[in-house]
Design a protein around this ligand. Sequence first.
Ligand SMILES: Cc1cc2nc3c(=O)[nH]c(=O)nc-3n(C[C@H](O)[C@H](O)[C@H](O)COP(=O)(O)O)c2cc1C
Length: 187
Amino acid sequence: MKPIKILAIVGSLRKGSYNRQLALAAKEIVGDRADFELLEYADVPLLNQDIERPAPEPVTRVREAVKAADGIWFFTPEYNHFFPGVLKNLIDWLSLPVSDKEPQVLAGKPAAISGITPGMYGTGIAQDHLVTLISFLNMDVMNVPRLTIPYVAEQLDSEGKLVLTKSHRYLERQADAFIAFIQKRKT
Ligand SMILES: Cc1cc2nc3c(=O)[nH]c(=O)nc-3n(C[C@H](O)[C@H](O)[C@H](O)COP(=O)(O)O)c2cc1C
């Protein structure tokens, strides 16, 4: 059987992003059980229907990456109890049909959601909004388990790097569940 492909989409463009570090920790946990790639999308322009077709090159690239993936794993911060605008912009592009003959690329894709934050909510409210959006786009959402990690400061080393002392086993649990979730749909 071909290896599973997981595409991680991080809702933060910040270099030191805790959510990006969380995605990298997930990649390590997944190991050789799946190809695990982080989507780079900082070059995707703000959506403007005047430039919808032909799609700008970065949009074509992210669409191809989503099409090639067996599952999409979102790692999102929470901004004002919502997920960040950069992620909404990316998803809006992905929600558009590729052409008159080819539908949008997110429908039917298995999706998992995690998030980490300095505050007390652990991104739970942002995640609920994200579930509403990706369910509307007919993604196949793994609602249990989701991972919400509050108080990031408690899980940093002396250099400010994420070490996930308390949450590592929950990330492992979610990785196991998502791999099984994807495998079930491939067989
Ligand atoms: C515009 C803005 C709004 C924010 N609102 C929230 C919030 O509602 N809840 C929260 O826990 N943190 C909030 N934060 C703090 C972010 O959680 C924090 O900056 C986090 O580190 C961002 O994720 P990242 O490290 O992956 O970039 C906000 C940050 C910004 C820039």
